[in-house]
Design a protein around this ligand. Structure first.
Ligand code: FMN
Length: 240
């Protein structure tokens, strides 16, 4: 009997993410670990381009071309998300990197093609991984999501901790296939590519905090249903 009760108050979270060089993936996995540590059921779904994009991109010219295309928000066609993504969740996390100040091409495609079916009337939490220039990305993402739902949480944003201008130079050279952190002079200013260990620990804690809040909300909603009182929180009963 206690098992039945426990499963009825287990919040469900879907994390949809795209990651080219693994930074968003690292954040997402630890965020999920934090959520799970509070008893949340987490489904992680990778947004997959129809044609695989390798990383590094291979040359300076290819990197420049990609940056130009992404500046104009070129879409990257994606494979359809799994069917389980279209069922009820208490929260959907949409995670991905900044590309030339914008959301990445695969995330833009997801919003265009599947945004209505995935996000309508859902609670959505954007998660951004970037080297530091995310404001336009965040604006575009929020505006797109608000076409489908009024419940868009404040974005979680993680910027690479390396200082500028080394971060910009480092990310560019990394994408081109050079190893900036191993270069004689550059390496002294750009020691590490991507997010730090502290950031990874911080996002795990953030996951735990949000997980706790989701559990609390769902327990309150269940209590409301049990006593017949109406409650403004939690997902609609038909989703459970
Ligand atoms: C083509 C390209 C364009 C990028 N443009 C930006 C940008 O405009 N602003 C920014 O802060 N970071 C930018 N970055 C850096 C990525 O957002 C950052 O490295 C992120 O952590 C990558 O996440 P991922 O490994 O999950 O793909 C760019 C990276 C690439 C490859």
């Amino acid at each position: 009997m206690s098992n039945v009760y426990r499963s009825s108050v287990q919040p469900r979270v879907l994390i949809l993410y795209f990651s080219l060089s693994g930074q968003t993936r690292g954040l997402v996995n630890l965020f999920a670990a934090g959520l799970r540590s509070r008893g949340v059921s987490v489904t992680i779904e990778q947004i997959r381009p129809q044609e695989k994009i390798g990383f590094p991109l291979g040359s300076i010219l290819r990197t420049l071309i990609m940056m130009l295309r992404t500046f104009f928000r070129a879409r990257v066609p994606i494979l359809p998300p799994s069917r389980c993504c279209f069922t009820g969740y208490d929260l959907i996390v949409l995670a991905g990197p900044t590309w030339s100040y914008n959301p990445s091409g695969p995330v833009l495609s997801l919003l265009d093609r599947y945004g209505h079916d995935l996000f309508t009337d859902r609670r959505v939490l954007p998660l951004i991984s970037c080297r530091g220039y995310y404001r336009w990305h965040n604006l575009v993402l929020n505006r797109s999501l608000r076409r489908f739902t009024d419940t868009v949480d404040e974005s979680i944003i993680f910027c690479h901790p390396s200082p500028e201008p080394w971060s910009t130079i480092g990310v560019f050279l990394k994408a081109a296939g050079c190893r900036p952190e191993r270069r004689a002079v550059l390496g002294t200013y750009y020691r590490h590519h991507g997010h730090s260990r502290e950031q990874l620990l911080a996002i795990r804690d953030r996951g735990a905090t949000i997980g706790q809040e989701l559990v609390r909300r769902l327990v309150l909603t269940d209590a409301g249903h049990a006593t017949g009182s109406s409650s403004p929180v939690g997902r609609p009963a038909h989703d459970r």
